[in-house]
Design a binder for this molecule. Structure first.
Ligand code: RB5
Length: 157
């Protein structure tokens, strides 16, 4: 599996730790940034989501101070289902039920060892499909048509 990992300036050290941890088991691509020089998280999020759209990675991991900015930016991209995680349970469920393809974590929220545990479970867990797929397909279809994914599927009398 090809995994693109990007971070903003706040999470450069966490990115280096995760790359080291994953590189022997996955085809890891470092999407930057590589210094503490201030950058906008969305620039890295867009780079990784474009790589995903182009088939250059199967999954993305995006790191910033909280993980929130990265998830906001990633979820604005076509075909992306990003989740912010600070513990392994949500990471696992987000794969089982939501087929998430981008994992966001915050370097100001969790330590390196916990981030490695979260990344491992998220990368190892397969999507369950079934009724969960039907729900995701509906959301992605609405997004594709520029509709509000939270709108009811049928008019309520
Ligand atoms: C950068 O200061 C910070 O805003 C960013 O790392 C992230 O936490 C945003 O969600």
């Amino acid at each position: 599996m090809k995994v693109a990992i990007g971070s903003d300036h706040i999470a450069v050290d966490l990115k280096a730790s995760l790359i080291q941890h994953l590189k022997d088991r996955y085809d890891v691509v470092d999407a930057g940034t590589d210094s503490g020089q201030r950058i906008d998280y969305q620039d890295v999020a867009w780079k990784v989501t474009q790589m995903h759209a182009a088939g250059q990675c199967d999954r993305g991991i995006l790191l910033c101070g909280t993980g929130v900015g990265m998830s906001l930016a990633a979820n604005a991209a076509a075909g992306i289902r990003a989740v912010v995680c600070s513990e392994p349970y949500t990471a696992r469920m987000s794969r089982l039920h939501n087929d998430t393809n981008v994992l966001c974590m915050g370097s100001r929220v969790i330590g390196h060892e916990l981030a490695k545990m979260i990344a491992d479970v998220w990368l190892e867990t397969a999507f369950e499909g079934g009724r969960h797929k039907t729900r995701i397909d509906a959301i992605m279809e609405r997004r594709q048509h520029g509709e509000d994914p939270a709108a009811p599927r049928q008019a309520v009398e």
